[in-house]
Design a binder for this molecule. Sequence first.
Ligand code: TRP
Length: 372
Amino acid sequence: MAPATETLGDHTTRQLLRLCEVAGLGPADAVRYSRTLTAALGPAAERPLDLPSPDSSFLSDDHTPVEFSLSFEPGAAPTLRVLLEPGSGAGSLARSGQVGLRTVRALARRWGFGTERLDILEDLFFPASPAGPLALWCALELRPGGVPKVKVYLNPAASGAERAAETVREALHRLGHRHAFTALPESDRILFFALDLGDWDEPRVKVYTAHDDLPATAAAGLCGMTDGPDPAEVEAFFRTASGIDSSGYGSGQGSRFDRRPVQACHAFTETASGLPGGFTLYVPVRDFAQHDGEALDRALALLRRYGIDESQLLDSLAAVTSRRLDDGVGLIAYLALAHQQGRPPRVMVYISSEAYEVRPPAFLAQPVGTRR
Ligand code: TRP
């Protein structure tokens, strides 16, 4: 008898179980979380991996509807998170949105949290004929104890890219953040609108903006917090993550003309000041590096800078793949630096599942700076 084909659910479950072990979660929590992941993926989890991905999900480059990430802070175990698209393979964006809403509400019933903040936005983000590139994503922060913290990501362009800013302004307004929109930096696009749901001390509303061809010197200027990070720290993060040195050139950056934008995320908690209480900068390191070995070196340099033990990142990569790091690029999707008022800075590393494809390395034929 031929061996049963591995499914998307099998693949991501195996990765998650191993990652949970690295992150110090016990076996009971690991099993609960992997069941939650499979259930949230729905029918897509049953899909054999030798079939193409369920749809052209924007969640990851190879369209796996799952992405892992680790949030590191000095002196503590990293927090493991998993981002997923519940409506993956639902057939249309409209249906994907409906499946996504149903899935989040089922999680809410199971863990006893409210979805009011999502419910009052439903007409804004779930029109009858939504536009791309996503309907709803959900992220779970996997804490010890088996009850995750939940985050929901919505698409500001659901009613058309030209209405995205207005949609976000209205959504912030409905949530009581009447002045928050004006605190956002000038950007090329608004990409995501996110809500914390469930058991958070201070649930955030987050707005993600895209910044094409952002110079390193402009990165810190996006922040807008009152007690924000030192601009030099943000710039140093940007340079290390992107590999762009002070001359403006980096080892991998000359190779890609189709680079994804750097992203900024502004997090709002209190409504009085209208100012963000959190700022995160995301560098799509996979578009700035030739292969994952290079991306890993940058991640490790950042962890060292913040006094964070490197071993958990190394073990996490080994938990998701056995391929050589220089055989592809994109396993490490993003590097991010987060500042939240009252907390130490965090370094975040986003790890692709690569269930369907590994992007080949981008070896440069000519020295950087002479191409294009
Ligand atoms: N895949 C998309 C992108 O690369 C969306 C995405 C997935 C993303 N994970 C992310 C964006 C983490 C920012 C940070 O843009």
